[in-house]
Ligand binder design. Structure first.
Ligand code: ADP
Ligand code: MG
Length: 633
């Protein structure tokens, strides 16, 4: 047999390697920014066109390269940063593999201009698909400017695989922010299609966080600081009341490198235990410094994962430090043995206004009069009628309270006489599972209710063939989703104008996203005034939500769509409707009164696709009479 193994030509090997290093424009951004930092730059500029698909340019004022180095830098495994394997354990630079430029040059058109300080004149180098096309002397300031054009020009499959500009831009912004947060002493700016998205002057950590996430961030930060033998911690956590619904701003940096680490994230959450409002996550910007020998950053090509020697110790220190900071700034409840914890206001009641209790007084009540409870529909003398109404009202409060706290636990089963045929045709009172209070109320004029709430989560009702159990949250999502879709498509929703516009703060990336969604949002009933700087003025809102819900709905929307906002058209409308339906729908745990339950059931079954939620999960299950019979065998 003839020999068949051969070495791959360099440009093919580079293209394959590029697959690991360069997944999308954001990967190029990360590598180029990091090279600028490794070169000791004081100022770095990032310029992108069309979310990096057309152009990614990084200009630094670092140490530059000689003309030979400039040529060498595009070779695979060409690096000035390590010489032996041992150096890997003593790494102070971002890069070390010498693969980035070679990989990028394999899949794009690259133009490099560079000049070291001591040289009078610089070098310009043009590389296309790993081939040097031109090299000449040029006039250029000290430092390096590198332009990467037409990414994946020679791999159409990968180019087609890129997401919409919004998504790719979002990834670029993420990388830019991570690098910028880790290096506040370097002035950084970012332009996209000639708009300046970020302008970050030199400063400390706090200033950098504030210039990225907006002026309002300042008052939300609690400083964290600790120095031990194995680790130094610096940075900030965000006060619990400003924690975010779904996506906290969670940033860990180890030795100035952004990392993700679920275990350490857990340590932070543990420190916040009991302080966060329901369903929110802690936000933090934490900078850890450890001995480079105690970590292994070499386990992942894109280097956001990291292995520590002693994770358990780090966990304990981190948790204790953050707990201490929260305590020092009076954020954690102080230990007080004399205080009765049951008197504490639950978090979600904290900001609610106290409600004036409703009192119904029966002006005609006479303890010496003996009036038996009147029969349904019976004619009563005028004053008695009023007294009955008062009597009923008194029960109203009790009744709903009873239901809220009872679930199904204090259900009573009525006697034979009232328990009419199970699954009767037309099924009006199919199962007479009623609370004691409902029984009372029945004596009066109210229509019999045929829906029940189970564990404040499910609605139980009957149909001809048996019984339906509806998931209230999913069902409501379906209803709202179809309604929103309709409104957005026919553009005919009703908006309530706010007397005082609502001012909400967003950072640059969020604002960019909101602007993209503006039209769709307006079709649901939102109206916007000024949208600039860091502030958005909301002047009108859909009738179906309250003013207090607006920040929550928008927050959810931004978090749902930040990585996947489709450009335009149906899929944007669809994502918008899905996200809004999710945040507006009643949640599990919310008590629903008779009317709300009935309304929801009716609206659900009037939907086009009542059986699944917008996320394609079951909204209800049925249990037929036969199935029940079988269960009782
Ligand atoms: P690595 O960063 O892993 O060493 P790269 O492919 O990113 O590999 O870069 C190769 C080499 O080119 C670097 O080691 C460095 O010497 C040089 N280099 C790259 N970018 C710059 C820059 N912006 N300024 C100065 N030197 C650079
Ligand atoms: Mg590098």
């Amino acid at each position: 047999m003839a020999d068949i193994i051969k070495l791959l030509p360099d440009h093919v090997a580079n293209q394959i390697a590029a697959g690991e290093v360069v997944q999308r424009p954001a990967s190029v951004v990360k590598e180029l920014l990091e090279n600028g930092i490794d070169a000791g730059a004081q100022t770095i500029q990032l310029i992108c066109k069309d979310a990096g698909k057309t152009l990614i340019q990084v200009i630094d004022d670092g140490k530059g390269m000689s003309d030979t180095d400039a040529q060498m830098s595009f070779e695979r495994h060409a690096t000035s940063k390590i010489t032996t394997a041992e150096d890997l354990f003593n790494l102070n630079t971002k890069g070390f593999r010498g693969e980035a430029l070679a990989s990028i040059a394999a899949v794009a058109h690259v133009l490099l201009k560079t000049k070291p300080k001591e040289a009078e004149i610089g070098t310009q180098l043009e590389v296309e698909g790993s081939k040097v096309i031109a090299q000449e002397a040029c006039v250029t300031p000290t430092g390096t400017a590198i332009a990467v054009k037409n990414l994946f020009f020679n791999i159409p499959a990968r180019r087609n695989f890129l997401k919409s500009n919004n998504v790719e831009l979002r990834h670029i912004i993420d990388e830019f922010q991570r690098v910028a947060l880790a290096h506040p002493s370097i002035a950084m700016s970012m332009y996209h299609n000639d708009n300046e998205l970020f302008h970050l002057p030199r400063g400390g950590y706090k200033q950098r966080i504030v210039s990225i996430f907006g002026g309002k961030t300042q008052e939300k930060l609690v400083p964290v600081q600790e120095e031990t033998d194995i680790l130094t911690i610096e940075g900030f956590v965000v006060k619990p009341e400003f924690s975010k619904k779904t996506r906290g701003e969670q940033f860990f940096f180890v030795n100035d490198r952004f990392i993700k680490n679920a275990y350490l994230n857990h340590a932070v959450s543990a420190a916040f235990d009991g302080l966060l409002p329901e369903r929110t996550r802690a936000s933090y910007f934490l900078y850890l410094t450890v001995d480079p020998k105690s970590i292994d950053i070499n386990i992942h090509p894109t280097k956001t994962e990291i292995k520590f020697d002693d994770e358990h110790a780090l966990y304990a220190i981190l948790r204790a430090t953050i707990k201490h900071s929260l305590g020092q700034f009076n954020i954690a409840p102080v230990l007080d043995f004399d205080r009765d914890a049951t008197l504490d206001t639950p978090y979600h009641y904290k900001n609610k206004d106290a409600q004036v209790p409703k009192v119904a007084v029966d002006r005609h009540f006479n303890p010496f009069e003996t009036v038996s409870p009147p029969k349904k529909g019976a004619q009563l003398p005028k004053h008695e009628k009023e007294s009955v109404v008062g009597w009923e009202r008194l029960y109203e409060g009790l009744q709903s309270k009873n239901k809220e706290t009872s679930g199904v636990s204090n259900v009573t089963y009525e006697s034979e006489a009232t328990t009419k045929a199970l699954f009767e045709e037309g099924g009006l009172t199919a199962i007479s599972v009623k609370t004691a209070m409902e029984g009372q109320e029945d004596a009066f004029a109210k229509a019999e209710s045929t829906t029940y709430q189970l564990h404040k989560k499910y609605i139980v009702t009957t149909i001809k063939s048996g019984m339906v159990i509806i998931d209230q949250h999913r069902a409501h999502q379906r209803v709202l989703y179809e309604e929103l879709l309709r409104n957005i498509t026919i553009k005919e929703s009703v908006s309530q104008q706010l007397l005082f516009p609502l001012l909400l703060n967003y950072n640059t990336a969020e604002l960019a996203l909101l602007l993209q969604l503006k039209e769709g949002l307006e079709n649901t009933g939102f109206a916007f005034g000024n949208m600039e700087g860091e502030q958005v003025e909301v002047t009108g809102i859909p009738v179906s939500i309250s003013e207090a819900e607006v920040p929550i709905v928008l927050e959810q929307l931004l978090s749902d769509l930040e990585h996947e906002v489709p450009e335009v058209g149906f899929s944007q409308t669809d994502s918008l409707a899905k996200s809004m339906a999710k945040s507006m729908a009643v949640k599990a745990g919310e008590p629903l009164n008779d009317l709300a339950r009935e309304h929801l059931v009716n609206r659900l079954f009037a939907c086009k696709e009542p059986s699944v939620s917008p996320a394609n999960r079951k909204t209800f299950i049925t249990l037929s009479g036969d199935e029940l019979d079988r269960k009782f065998k």
